[in-house]
Design a protein around this ligand. Structure first.
Ligand SMILES: [Ca+2]
Ligand SMILES: [Ca+2]
Ligand SMILES: [Ca+2]
Length: 266
């Protein structure tokens, strides 16, 4: 291996490791500063990590299937409870707490609906450009979404599957894979988070490389719901994804230097 090439690779490696994260994608929420002590404050994240109230939403509800979550019903089982957003120079981190088990069958005929995917709207114009798969072999993969699935409710929160509210997409229908993140959806419920101490909770925790969002930067919204869209949750964080290229330019510059040097010595 060319000595200069080796140097630039080592330097590139150093740059990557310099952005090592405090968040571990394991489905545990202690790294977000969240707790399970049976108090309302359990839902409040570490202000050093999630620095602004715009970077999270808390909508904890409780009760049985007759409890309306808006727009739909379902109580704790379908509760989208909290969503937290953290951004670094390399990754978008998401943590979601829900009453919906990842093993919930997706069987509309049996009035059972499985989890949907994360939807990300750049430009905050109601058009969700990117999706992050939450289930199965593709969990964590990022897609430039061409078409979304939608829920059962219209813009007036009426049951109307033929004319669903397009602002609340459910699962990725079609799209191109543009990145691979890391995502964990816990399947073992835990309790004692917040004042509804007996309720079961599950976590989706994800790290998404910002390189997935090529061509898109600036402000964005994050959205999640289940396939019926009975309860959706979103965050409008006061955060901006930087223009892509600012990180990539550094190793590219080194390789450019190498190419120049080679041409000179030839
Ligand atoms: Ca964690
Ligand atoms: Ca709840
Ligand atoms: Ca958009």
């Amino acid at each position: 291996m060319n000595k200069m090439l080796m140097h630039s690779m080592i330097l590139a490696g150093t740059l990557v490791s310099a952005t090592a994260q405090a968040i571990t994608i394991d489905g545990a929420l202690n790294d977000w500063g969240l707790h399970q002590t049976g108090q309302a404050s359990d839902w409040i994240p570490d202000p050093g990590l999630v620095t602004d109230a715009s970077q999270y939403s808390i909508e904890d509800q409780t009760g049985g299937s007759g409890v309306r979550l808006f727009p739909g019903w379902g109580g704790q089982t379908y509760d989208a409870e909290a969503l937290y957003v953290h951004l670094t120079s390399s990754h978008l981190y998401l943590a979601l707490v829900t009453g919906l088990s990842p093993n919930t069958p997706n069987n509309p005929a049996g009035n059972s609906y499985g989890p949907g995917d994360f939807a990300i709207d750049f430009g905050q114009n109601g058009s969700y450009e990117f999706g992050v798969e939450t289930l199965g072999a593709n969990a964590g993969k990022v897609y430039r979404v061409a078409a979304w699935e939608y829920g059962l409710w219209d813009v007036g929160s009426n049951y109307n599957p033929a004319n669903p509210d397009l602002l609340h997409p459910t699962s990725i229908k079609t799209g191109n894979e543009v990145g691979v993140g890391n995502l964990v959806y816990t399947s073992t419920p835990f309790a004692n988070m917040g004042v509804n101490t007996g309720d079961s909770h599950y976590v989706i925790e994800a790290a998404i490389p910002l390189s997935s969002f090529a061509g898109y930067s600036g402000k964005f919204d994050v959205h999640w719901t289940m396939n019926c869209a009975n309860d959706w949750i979103m965050a409008d964080p006061d955060l901006t994804v930087p223009e892509p290229g600012t990180l990539a330019l550094i190793p590219l510059g080194l390789f450019g230097l190498l190419a120049l040097r080679r041409r000179k010595s030839a």
